[in-house]
Ligand binder design. Structure first.
Ligand SMILES: [Mg+2]
Length: 181
């Protein structure tokens, strides 16, 4: 392991699961087939995780809060079953037109995690597929990993020149291999 992070923050859609757009039912949620093995490997090297996810579909009226809760209960149970330490799932349901600082790239969810789990954000990694993921991580002094799943390929094209992910990998599995080598 190059290093063990205080916490690895994971975006959800497009990073740990295929992003079919506003996933509103548990039946429509599935992990990428490599997600659990990748996270398991990282956890065996002492890493633990938080999920940080923008879910504006709730405020848009496209996702019911209780369905979102069911999906997150499932995610928590799968992490537990595989003995992957998950500190918390942080969710921001804000509509982009009326967003608080909790909505990525705002710092709100990360600052909450920092306080609630006594984290040093400068010793954390943010993994995601969207510009907002990489921007949030960089602004908070975290290392960042852009995955080219989900919107990642598009993100690579549109990221401003001054934002450089620490790592760019095809997917989370490649990322975990890179980090533990
Ligand atoms: Mg995403």
């Amino acid at each position: 392991m190059k290093k063990t992070y205080d916490c690895i923050f994971l975006d959800r859609d497009g990073t740990i699961n295929p992003d079919s757009g506003y996933i509103s039912k548990l039946d429509d949620f599935k992990f990428f087939e490599f997600t659990i093995p990748a996270l398991k490997e990282l956890s065996l090297h002492g890493n633990r995780f938080c999920i940080v996810t923008n879910q504006s579909g709730v405020e848009r009226g496209l996702i019911h809060q209780q369905d979102l809760n069911s999906i997150h209960t499932f995610i928590k149970s799968e992490f537990k079953r595989n003995q992957i330490p998950l500190l918390e799932i942080y969710v921001c349901t804000d509509h982009p037109d009326n967003a608080t600082e909790r909505r990525k790239p705002g710092p709100g969810m990360f600052v909450d995690a920092e306080a609630e789990h006594d984290l040093d954000l400068t010793n954390c990694l943010m993994v995601g597929d969207s510009p907002a993921d990489i921007q949030a991580g960089e602004m908070l002094g975290m290392e960042t990993m852009l995955v080219l799943t989900g919107r990642g390929k598009e993100t690579e094209k549109i990221l401003p020149d001054f934002i450089n992910p620490t790592f760019t990998v095809n997917n989370l599995r490649e990322g975990s291999k890179l980090l533990v080598q």
